[in-house]
Ligand binder design. Structure first.
Ligand SMILES: Nc1nc2c(ncn2[C@@H]2O[C@H](COP(=O)(O)OP(=O)(O)O)[C@@H](O)[C@H]2O)c(=O)[nH]1
Ligand SMILES: [Mg+2]
Length: 256
């Protein structure tokens, strides 16, 4: 069993990706299960095998304890962490090869509170990975790109799991813009140049250059894989990278 946590900022396309990647896996004869861990999801396009809203619903907590939207998500995640073993048992009972886990819309309420990493460490299996979803439209400017990569790195430290970064919504970019973003991932010098010549104010570009230096000094931020959760473009490349992570852990335990 390989559990894949789909993490990213609100609106980056996590839920859409869970749906389209599950379809892709099924079309390619893989056995896949879906877990919805977002207690505040209004609508999901897939039918989850386990839905956290059946255990705790942010909407109900709002009503019952008179909480706001953020407070109710925080309370719901705290409650889930307590019941993590029960949820993990349910996931194990699904017996699927691939388990895709959709996470709360607002990642800061989940990824950057200590209980979020506790929840993930309790739910993770022997083989787990994080797919960090970057919204390509937010990463078109050099400083937007740097901010996205910094968030990706923070998430990587936070969860301490193998992580794949994806640049989602590439269907919304023209080819030149996409190629440019991908070049920034290959060549830090090109990114620095772009930051220096971009329209942003000097303070922002100075700060972004310093962050870029830190990112390249750390040296572990994998360059993002371009995908579209909407059109399905790039999902085969995402699968290949995940599969390598899956088999990388040991040389005797294969997916098929
Ligand atoms: N054009 C385009 N839109 C997308 C893509 N992925 C997601 N979206 C849209 O982005 C919005 C937010 O997506 P959602 O999956 O709910 O994001 P989440 O908050 O991260 O779960 C929705 O309107 C989606 O239809 C994509 O690859 N291309
Ligand atoms: Mg969502």
């Amino acid at each position: 069993m390989f559990t894949v946590f789909i993490v990213g900022t609100a609106g980056s396309g996590k839920t859409t990706l869970v749906n389209s990647f599950a379809e892709w896996l099924e079309d390619n004869q893989y056995d896949v299960a879906i877990v919805n861990l977002d207690p505040a999801a209004e609508y999901v396009p897939y039918i989850p095998d386990i839905d956290i809203r059946d255990i705790v619903s942010a909407r109900e907590l709002m009503r019952k304890y008179k909480l706001g939207p953020n407070g109710s998500v925080i309370a719901a995640i705290d409650m889930l962490a307590v019941r993590a073993q029960e949820i993990k048992n349910q996931i194990m009972d699904l017996g699927a090869n691939y388990v895709l886990i959709d996470t709360p819309g607002q990642m800061e309420l989940f990824a950057f509170r200590s209980v979020g990493s506790v929840l993930i460490s309790r739910l993770r299996m022997d083989r787990s990975a994080v797919v960090f979803v970057i919204d390509a439209t937010q990463a078109q400017t050099p400083s937007g790109y740097v901010a996205s990569m910094l968030l990706a790195l923070s998430t990587q430290f936070r969860f301490n799991l193998p992580q794949v970064n994806v640049l989602n919504k590439v269907d919304l970019l023209d080819k030149t813009t996409l190629d440019q973003i991908l070049e920034w991932g290959e060549e830090t010098d090109l990114l620095r140049e772009a930051l220096l010549s971009s329209e942003t104010n000097k303070l922002e570009s100075d700060l972004s250059i310093r962050i870029t230096d830190v990112l390249s000094a750390v040296g572990t931020v994998p360059k993002p894989i371009p995908i579209s959760a909407k059109t399905g473009e790039g999902l085969d490349a995402l699968y290949r990278v995940l599969h390598n992570i899956y088999i990388g852990g040991s040389d005797y335990d294969y997916l098929e």
